[in-house]
Design a protein around this ligand. Structure first.
Ligand code: FAD
Length: 507
């Protein structure tokens, strides 16, 4: 390996994971962080007549390689545009609910929407955030190298067809793409993935959503608010299989049943054919267990929301003797890449969707920050059990830590008891003032020592509320301590206050 490198750190993929790592890398060594840091850089540039006097010299010399556009899935085809559409569906839902408006004493003329206007909102938001990301990296001195990155060997990456750069450390952050099972023909028009759906090119009268994970569920919220009929196709025996079963049941009672959403569970969509020559989209269903044909659905459109596949094409993993496992790049708990012989590949890390540990934007970015801590000399292991997850339906669902079945399994294996505490949103003043009393918070904990094992929330702003619990898990705070924390009245946060206070810890 050469003694000096072009960069201290080179990141392949400028999604949220890559971006988080890059910013943390250039900020390392600066005593200031975040906005203050950007301001200081701006000020120094202004004083020095337009050129950065600091470059990235105060942190790691960092480059990020991107083969497409900055922002990756989250900004361009994921979190950001989907949340813009969900902001619209939330408002539509309120305006459409006579019952809700009447309870608040409001009178509103019939609610409607302009499809292109809604699509523009999502698209404009993505552009805005993409520009912010690009500007923040440029302002802090990250070199953005355009082109596909291929690892040629330890420390060496080819960018595009001719440029080769060297780096002391390398982070792979190449993300994921929609996973489409065999037999399904995606034409991008009537049989679509989330990539297409987010463009909202049309609102079908009837859409089948294949997969009832958080992506499918969020789209059901959008489509039903915009007037589509939705049918779910789910291979497992229940809808929303990833959630705590009790929360899943409540969510089904609120998010599925009253919205006239039809569903087929325990079935696979074995073949899906796009609409053609006036014929509708056809979906052939087979029994998930017996594989016997079950039914054929005819719908206007089908959204394939069957998960995400890691993206590692053209990355040159063979040059570092790394073999993917179910497509994911194997890593240890410190995100260090493991080669085909089970050995760590020195100086090469993988973060985000490509390693499959937790396919969420904030997890990717937290892993990136953790790696930067390590390459700058601080041992750091991220506690994935403290990372929250959320589904932005109306109302929202959020969770951190273990579900009840997972906690029961762990308790049995390790020989301890667990207890459950619950609070309803119906007793919360703020929720009632908003006429949004439908909701539940659930705590799974150890009564012997007050350890928080999992928290699950369904209700208004659940995605914001979960952070008190995730911070408590991250910091190792026990229930006997957090129950004395004071919450402003009247706020939704009192739901968690009640939850922790109602737990019975023998400690
Ligand atoms: P990505 O964001 O996928 O970025 C990878 C980047 O690498 C891409 O820009 C790609 O072009 C680039 N790249 C790939 N290979 C190369 C190469 N060889 N050379 C150069 N560049 C390369 N997560 C949440 O936390 N909250 C949400 O609300 C949420 N909503 C979502 C909604 C939808 C519809 C979808 C699809 C996803 C959502 N996610 C959400 C998941 C989130 O988007 C991902 O977990 C996150 O984007 C992963 O970040 P990443 O940095 O690992 O990869």
């Amino acid at each position: 390996a050469p003694k000096s490198f072009d960069y201290d750190l080179l990141i392949i993929g400028a999604g949220v994971g890559g971006h988080g790592a890059a910013l943390h890398a250039v900020e390392k060594g600066l005593r200031l962080v975040g906005l203050m840091c950007v301001r200081r850089r701006r000020e120094e540039r202004r004083v020095s007549g337009g050129t950065s006097v600091l470059g990235s010299s105060s942190g790691l010399k960092t480059a990020i390689v991107e083969g497409d556009v900055v922002g990756g899935t989250c900004v361009n085809r994921g979190c950001v545009p989907s949340k813009a559409l969900l902001a619209v569906s939330g408002r539509m839902r309120e305006l459409q609910s006579e019952h809700h408006l009447k309870a608040l004493g409001l009178q509103v003329a019939a609610a409607g929407y302009d499809r292109q206007g809604v699509a523009d909102h999502a698209n404009n938001l993505a552009s805005k955030i993409r520009n912010n990301l690009t500007n923040s990296m440029k302002a802090l001195g990250v070199d953005i190298l355009t082109g596909v990155g291929t690892i040629l060997g330890p420390h060496k990456v080819q960018v595009g067809s001719s440029n080769t750069v060297t780096s002391k450390d390398i982070i792979i952050a190449t993300g994921s793409v929609p996973f489409v099972p065999k037999g399904i023909e995606v034409d991008g028009k009537t049989v679509i993935t989330s990539d297409h759906a987010l463009k909202l090119e049309f609102v079908p009268d009837w859409i089948a959503i294949v997969g009832s994970g958080y992506i499918g569920l969020e789209f059901s919220d959008v489509y039903t608010a915009l007037g589509s009929e939705v049918t779910f196709v789910e291979a497992l025996d229940q809808l929303m299989p990833g959630f705590d079963p009790e929360i899943g049941k409540l969510a089904q009672r609120v998010l599925i049943n009253p919205r006239n959403i039809d569903y087929h569970t325990g079935v696979f969509a074995s073949k899906i054919t796009p609409a053609k020559d006036g014929k509708p989209v056809t979906i052939e269903l087979i029994d998930a267990k017996t594989k016997e044909p079950k039914d054929t659905l005819e719908v206007d459109a089908a959204l394939i929301a069957t998960g995400r596949a890691p993206f590692t094409q053209g990355l040159g993993l063979e040059n570092i003797n790394v073999v993917t496992q179910r497509g994911f790049i194997p890593v240890d708990e410190r995100m260090r890449v493991i080669d085909a012989n089970g050995k760590l590949v020195p100086h090469i890390y993988c973060i985000g969707d490509a390693n499959g540990k937790m396919m969420l934007a904030h997890a990717a970015s937290a892993q990136g920050i953790s790696v930067v801590e390590q390459v700058t000399g601080r041992d750091h292991v991220l506690n994935h059990l403290s990372i929250p997850a959320a589904c932005f339906t109306h109302p929202e669902i959020s969770m951190v830590g273990l579900t009840e079945p997972q906690a029961r399994e762990k308790a049995e294996k390790e020989g301890f008891e667990i207890s459950i505490a619950k609070t309803s949103f119906k007793a919360n003043t703020k929720a009632l003032a908003e006429n949004e009393g439908e909701g539940l918070a659930k705590l799974i904990y150890r009564p012997d020592n007050g350890e928080i094992l999992g928290v699950h929330i369904f209700g208004l702003h659940a995605a914001d509320l979960i952070h008190e619990a995730s911070n408590a898990i991250a910091l190792g705070t026990r229930i006997q301590d957090i129950k004395f924390a004071v919450h402003a009245h009247p706020t939704l946060s009192e739901v968690l206050d009640e939850l922790f206070k109602s737990a019975k810890v023998s400690h």
